[in-house]
Design a protein around this ligand. Structure first.
Ligand SMILES: NC(=O)C1=CN([C@@H]2O[C@H](COP(=O)(O)OP(=O)(O)OC[C@H]3O[C@@H](n4cnc5c(N)ncnc54)[C@H](OP(=O)(O)O)[C@@H]3O)[C@@H](O)[C@H]2O)C=CC1
Ligand SMILES: Nc1c(N[C@@H]2O[C@H](COP(=O)(O)O)[C@@H](O)[C@H]2O)[nH]c(=O)[nH]c1=O
Length: 364
């Protein structure tokens, strides 16, 4: 029963993934003592009810009693008054007998307190079923809560020989329309997209979601130390937040960007560029869970050297470009044992291309 019910709760959580950020995507299923499903729910848009409340409302709408039921939830029920009331109180009032939660919520406002409150009310609590999938689903939220930074996923389209552009800067297109649409699905689940001014100048990109139905566009962040982005760039004027991270502190130079609807964040570092850790901390404050990077080799190299890329999302086209730009610009290495080691987490064929995902290897 537990496995089946938690799988159903995880499937509900998947349905919430595009709509609910910055809230975590959570699913809940209520099972009556006779084994019947009496309520289902998932997190709603920001400020809306959480999964548990949706499932309780569903049971009520069906005229089902929740007394003695078991609630299967993919994250610990909240115990605080946020934009909505505490879910653990709603479960206690509904008279549930048992709560099975995939994960403890690392949110300092909740962390273990929701489960403690349920136990104190005499409710049996089990933690752990479905934990791996629940963690993957909310990897951005969990990273933001526990490390005060977003989960950084860098998407790169390359050739078989690892080129991301020709030497003249041309890169459109290396991968197929199918791979590019798949890339948009990853953009859609992110809270924000990050790029560098080099890509803006070379590609004049839109960096929005067009091929996937979504109720929400991710915000866009541009690293632009000297504010070189042309005011005619296509990334202005879209219906979403646009943030420029810069070293320029002169408000007069910000003004034309502000007039075009952007916000300018001054985050200088000692090397005269944008301070990457400070930028990530600022994005976490702005409730960015997953940050989807679509930048060129300079940005990817800088993020990688700073140890800030959590995951690579790499599309490989069956093409050989010869001389061209690399995946990441890095200083020359002289010791193979000292290179940046990664582990592949999955591999899929997308149209004629391959999609690989890789993460940092565990420390040797
Ligand atoms: N195949 C693919 O997936 C992709 C290919 N491309 C291609 O890549 C090329 C552009 O790449 P590239 O020139 O490397 O541009 P990037 O997009 O990597 O932008 C790099 C610029 O960002 C600015 N920046 C500000 N702060 C930082 C920081 N802390 N670290 C690093 N950069 C910072 C710098 O300019 P400043 O000092 O002025 O601030 C820097 O030159 C184009 O040919 C484009 O077509 C681009 C994206 C994806
Ligand atoms: N060249 C290349 C990609 N390039 C990325 O896509 C951006 C353009 O996005 P948009 O303007 O929204 O269509 C571009 O600036 C760069 O970041 N992506 C891919 O999937 N495959 C490719 O071959």
């Amino acid at each position: 029963m537990t496995r089946h019910a938690i799988q159903e709760a995880l499937a509900l959580a998947h349905q919430a993934r595009l709509i609910c950020p910055p809230n975590p995507a959570v699913g809940a299923v209520l099972i009556a003592p006779d084994g019947q499903v009496i309520g289902r729910g998932h997190t709603q848009v920001r400020g809306g009810p959480h999964a548990e409340v949706m499932a309780l409302r569903d049971a009520q709408a069906r005229g089902q009693s929740t007394r003695g039921a078991t609630a299967y939830v993919t994250l610990e029920p909240c115990s605080h008054q946020g934009r909505t009331g505490p879910c653990c109180d709603a479960l206690i009032e509904a008279g549930v007998a048992k709560v099975v939660a995939s994960l403890v919520d690392p949110n300092p406002l909740v962390s273990g307190q929701g489960l403690a409150r349920l136990r104190a009310a005499g409710i049996e609590v089990e933690v752990g079923p479905g934990a791996d999938e629940a963690r993957e689903l909310n990897i951005g939220f969990l990273t933001r809560m526990s490390e005060s930074r977003p989960w950084v996923r860098s998407k790169i389209a390359g050739s078989l020989d690892g080129r991301t552009a020709l030497n003249n800067g041309q890169s459109q297109w290396i991968t197929s329309p199918e791979a590019r649409a798949d890339g948009q699905a990853w953009r859609a689940r992110a809270c924000a997209v990050l790029t560098g001014v080099g890509t803006v100048l070379a590609d004049d990109p839109l960096l929005n979601v067009r091929d996937v139905a979504t109720p929400r566009q991710p915000h866009l962040v541009v690293l632009d130390s000297q504010l070189r982005t042309p005011l005619s760039a296509r990334l202005f004027g879209q219906a979403r937040a646009l943030w420029f991270a810069t070293t320029v502190s002169d408000p007069a130079r910000h003004q034309p960007f502000i007039e075009r609807g952007a916000e300018v964040l001054v985050l200088p570092s000692a090397d005269g560029r944008v301070d990457l850790p400070a930028m990530l901390a600022e994005l976490a404050r702005r409730e960015v869970n997953e940050l989807h990077v679509e930048g060129g080799p300079i940005l990817n190299g800088a993020l990688m050297q700073a140890g800030l890329i959590d995951e690579w999302l790499l599309y490989v086209a069956p093409k050989v470009l010869g001389p061209g730009r690399p995946l990441a610009t890095l200083p020359e290495q002289t010791d193979l044992d000292q290179t940046h080691a990664l582990v592949f987490t999955d591999l899929e064929r997308v149209g004629p291309d391959l999609r690989l995902r890789a993460r940092k290897a565990p420390q040797r």
